[in-house]
Design a binder for this molecule. Sequence first.
Ligand SMILES: Cc1cc2nc3c(=O)[nH]c(=O)nc-3n(C[C@H](O)[C@H](O)[C@H](O)COP(=O)(O)OP(=O)(O)OC[C@H]3O[C@@H](n4cnc5c(N)ncnc54)[C@H](O)[C@@H]3O)c2cc1C
Length: 384
Amino acid sequence: MEFTFSEEQRLLQDSLRQYAKEKLLPKYAHWDAGHTISREELREAAELGIFGLRVPEKFGGQEVDYVTCGLMTEELSRGDFNYSLYIQLGLIASELLADYAHPEVQAEWLTRHARGDAVIAFGLTEPSAGSDAANITTRAQKMGDDYVISGEKASITFAGYADACIVFARTGEQGAHGLSAFLVPLDSPGVSRQVYKSPGERLTQRGSLFFDGVRVPARNRVGDESRGFQQAMVAFDFNRAIIGLACIGAAQQSLDETIAYTKGRIVFGKPLATFEGVAFQIAEHLSLLEAARLVSYKCLWLKDQGRKHTAEAAMAKWMGPKFSAEAIHACIILHGHYGYSMDAPLEQRWRDVLGLEIGDGTPEIMKGIVAREAFGREYTAYRS
Ligand SMILES: Cc1cc2nc3c(=O)[nH]c(=O)nc-3n(C[C@H](O)[C@H](O)[C@H](O)COP(=O)(O)OP(=O)(O)OC[C@H]3O[C@@H](n4cnc5c(N)ncnc54)[C@H](O)[C@@H]3O)c2cc1C
């Protein structure tokens, strides 16, 4: 067994940790206050490489390994959790487009995406279909050389300013087997948006996207007709470990800050850190985070090896956000009244991480996947 990053990865880790602390953390609260990111700032983020991680080099990406994608996510999330969302959604879009899109669509959208000129959202959830995503009702009807799409997508990260969305729509029978994916430019006639009042991750402007007879050329279909859901699930698997690491980065930063704080805070004549009631709490959260971190990196390592990683991905997805939210909650309490303040980043991190206990699949659904992998598909209460 080998548990070390390569020399190159360690150097990247050091430089990103520094960058997160110096450049991202000071602006973290700024986005929470409702400021919108400019096109220029998105291009600057692209220079870090966060959009092109899995974009093929011929389209301007880096095509780095999956473990490095996880490392980047964990480190940037220490400074600003929102930036991890650009990586998460960017990875899904890059994988789906690079593997299944028409060459002309790839050339346009992957190139724009890698240089930060196009944010691409992922549109699966609907008002009446979340966990049961196979139940979606948005329809895509073939009309000549086009598809015409009508329906509503709910809770879509970047709904407020994405340039395109990979929209899942029904082209065939009921259930998971009748869905297709389409790259829909969001300046198309018939598209409208509504941004939610979200408790966290406010830079991402999560919201609804409405499609009213939106016409896209047939070449914008991503992959085979009625195979969209199965293809998306492949992209989902490894991204669950990326989500775990995004949350772990925010929680680890909070624990590091809390360790420093409790060493300096004198209570009853001694540093807080010397009380076992304090130190053991931190020790427990460090242990749980390390367990979630290990399963996340193992998942990404398996993906790099081309090996199956579905169970590890689901484990990382429920453990990472849950253990992180609990760790940050403890950090807030251990800071006393200073923790219960919007001037400290702790409560913002807690709100941000909470969203990803739900987003991309809830703990119950993840445990269902772990159980399915352990017991066999015939023992699942529901089938997709
Ligand atoms: C921050 C955030 C970002 C998101 N970004 C996106 C995005 O970019 N694109 C997108 O398509 N979607 C996105 N979503 C939507 C997300 O994927 C769904 O919210 C999620 O899949 C759950 O679906 P639902 O909200 O409809 O809950 P429901 O499916 O209605 O579930 C409600 C509750 O019931 C539980 N439950 C459901 N079925 C079972 C079962 N069989 N057994 C036990 N318990 C069960 C669930 O665990 C949950 O606690 C995002 C959500 C959030 C919060």
